[in-house]
Design a protein around this ligand. Structure first.
Ligand code: SF4
Ligand code: SF4
Length: 477
């Protein structure tokens, strides 16, 4: 470890007693990684050993605890620590060290792989075949396959290229870590006379952490903390939430596309399919009508056509709105379309991740907490009583979590306001461009308000025909 006599910042997590230990002590970090790896492997093993739905451990471990509870809670707070303890990244570092260290070919070196896998490989299938991935055997096969692919790619290609370009989770964590209130960087005064660059040498991702502050980008940093063990000048500071988004940086197209497509695939589709789709007027919704129309001459078999079309409409509408809004904004700002699109598109960051906290926290109290606890009781064979839900869906206090959707909207507007100011234009042009560039934010707001209006006005029937479609094809049932 290279030691420096820097004035350590009081906001540096490495200097805060308990947090410093958790994020810097290599023995502690290693223990957490080993525990996660063992649980991960056991979840897969149990998926093969008990492939039916009675194996609630595998389902709750992967689809309750890892995704979405741990992922969303950590991404919105400390950043990409999911990657920091990920079993693939953990073992990948060793595999790649003894691997072939080849350059990944250009066709594979494309972050669209990761994003497409998450949007099409995961969400399109999830809406089309509800519950399919949650079958313990399917979960086990899925994670075995992903693990094999990851290990082969770590072995063949250098610099953790699998994490950078192919991992679907990585495409999400990379984009959303910007919302967190932490930042990995370095102490400028220590780095200025550095001749050894130990942090860069230690980084398995071939990054240069001493450039992160200047670039206002942590690039592909997975918070593995190898650099902080190699050099004392590395800092992990508490900053203003989403601080990097208020300032200039070289945009990364895939991050903006992740915000747009993930908001469409999760937030907007859920509002269509699970919000409006569970109202008394579900049958009048365009995705239900389209599905009914196609069903009159196509046999969809076990595919949930309503879910599929809700997803399809959400993606097409969201992308069209963003394109149209950004096109007009670029004309108003007299700036190139690409620059406008990718500079302002960062304002969409809070929509899914902060808006999603309302559903996440609501579900945590009504079932996720008990589901995960009961999953572990089952999986570890504990002799304990069944854990009960922390709240009932009827509890009115749960509606406080709805606020996160509106916090997400306000936050997105604030980021948009700040990013519009990165353009040279007069006040009138900036104000007009603000409204057009915010099309996705307005759409997100409108859909949420409309859902509340529809449910209040028409109610939620116990058996809508849409719910019937969903239930009919739910593989978990
Ligand atoms: S990018 Fe993917 S494989 Fe790499 S550490 Fe993150 S989650 Fe794990
Ligand atoms: S910059 Fe540091 S924490 Fe980030 S990936 Fe590289 S070694 Fe790990």
């Amino acid at each position: 470890m290279v030691e420096h006599k820097q004035n350590k910042d009081k906001n540096d997590i490495f200097n805060i007693p308990l947090l410093g230990f958790m994020f810097k002590n290599q023995k502690f970090i290693m223990s957490v990684r080993i525990i996660v790896l063992v649980i991960f492997a056991y979840g897969i093993y149990l998926g093969f050993a008990i492939p039916q739905k009675e194996n609630i451990f595998t389902k709750e471990l992967f689809w309750g605890l890892f995704w979405s509870l741990f992922m969303i809670v950590t991404l919105t707070t400390f950043g990409r620590i999911f990657c920091g303890i990920c079993p693939h990244g953990f073992l990948g570092k060793y595999i790649t060290k003894y691997g072939l260290k080849r350059e990944m070919p250009a066709w594979l070196k494309n972050p669209w792989w990761g994003l497409s896998l998450i949007i099409i490989g995961w969400w399109a299938i999830t809406y089309s075949f509800p519950g399919f991935y949650r079958i313990p055997l399917v979960t086990a096969i899925l994670f075995t396959a992903v693990t094999l692919v990851a290990f082969i790619l770590y072995y063949v290609y250098k610099d953790m290229s699998y994490c950078k370009y192919v991992c679907p989770i990585g495409s999400l964590t990379k984009a959303y870590h910007r919302i967190s209130f932490t930042w990995l960087g370095s102490y400028k005064e220590d780095c200025s006379d550095c001749k050894t660059f130990d942090c860069a040498t230690a980084c398995p991702y071939n990054l240069k952490p001493f450039t992160f502050n200047n670039k206002n980008s942590m690039e592909d940093c997975s918070l593995c903390m190898e650099c902080s063990s190699a050099c004392d000048a590395i800092s992990f500071k508490i900053v203003k939430p989403a601080e990097s988004l208020y300032k200039k940086f070289k945009f990364d197209k895939i991050e903006v596309w992740a915000y747009i497509l993930i908001t469409a695939a999760i937030s907007i589709t859920m509002s269509f399919h699970h919000g409006l789709g569970r109202s008394a007027v579900a049958d009048a919704m365009p995705w239900t009508q389209t599905a009914e129309y196609f069903k009159s001459f196509i046999n969809f078999g076990s595919l949930d056509a309503v879910g599929f079309f809700a997803f399809f409409y959400a993606i097409v509408l969201s992308v069209a709105l963003v394109y149209a809004g950004m096109f007009i904004a670029s004309k108003i700002l007299k700036a190139p379309f690409s620059k406008t699109f990718y500079t302002l598109g960062y304002a969409f960051a809070p929509l899914f991740i902060i808006g999603g906290l309302s559903h996440l926290l609501h579900s945590f109290f009504t079932h996720t907490y008990a589901d995960i606890a009961n999953g572990f009781i089952y999986g570890l064979g504990l002799d304990a009583e069944e854990v009960k839900n922390l709240a009932s869906r009827k509890d009115t206090w749960l509606s406080v979590f709805e606020a996160f959707k509106y916090i997400a909207v306000i936050w997105a507007f604030i980021i948009m306001y700040n990013r519009i100011h990165l353009f040279e234009a007069n006040k009138k042009a900036k104000t007009a461009a603000f409204f057009f560039a915010s099309s996705l934010i307005f759409f997100f707001l409108f859909i949420n308000l409309y859902r509340v209006y529809v449910v209040k006005t028409y109610g939620t029937p116990v058996h809508s025909s849409h719910m019937h479609h969903g239930a009919e094809n739910d593989f978990t049932k």
